[in-house]
Design a protein around this ligand. Sequence first.
Ligand code: HQG
Length: 183
Amino acid sequence: MDEKTRTGLSKFLSLVLRHEPETIGIELDDQGWVEIESLLGQARAHGKDLSRATLDEVVETSPKRRFAISDDGTKIRASQGHSVDVQLGYQPTTPPERLFHGTVASSLDSIKAAGLTKMARHHVHLSPDLQTARAVGARRGKPVVLQVAAGRMHRAGHSFFLSANGVWLTDCVPPQYIDFPEG
Ligand code: HQG
């Protein structure tokens, strides 16, 4: 499979497993899982030629490991990033002292006032390292990386969750826990 096909299929899976399952007539269960057979059948019925082997390849080669297959191999879900209502079931976890968030300059005034808010998703997404945060911010323009005092937040009672693919999730980050870059 070439890179372009792989990226296209990954975007398609993100769309139906995180945001709009109804576009191909599938339903996610409470934890976000769907039967792979049903996904493949409905995808084909909507013009996406997707075999089990192709699906497995997209899942295994996803650089961000966005999708998880159940232990028995019959179901799939997105590991984070949903806008539809699902309970991913991650346990609260103690975060490292510092986490990072990649954004762009045009959001900074609003973030300084309101902190980081979950916008359309379930959680605020934080990255474990600078490089990842920079790549997240770069999706929207010239990246600006904010440092989050996750340890201090956690000691103050905020819950953190670590997704299966290494993304840190929390409800909100009030501005007093954010280090803004100078200038
Ligand atoms: C910004 C991708 C104004 C926030 C990535 C971001 C990530 C505010 C945007 C995952 C704000 C939300 C999530 C406030 C936050 N005022 N702007 N108060 N609070 N923002 O896409 O973190 O490729 O929902 O800075 O790699 O960018 O999809 O979140 O710019 O892990 O697997 O509002 O999505 O993963 O954007 O990205 P998003 P995100 P995937």
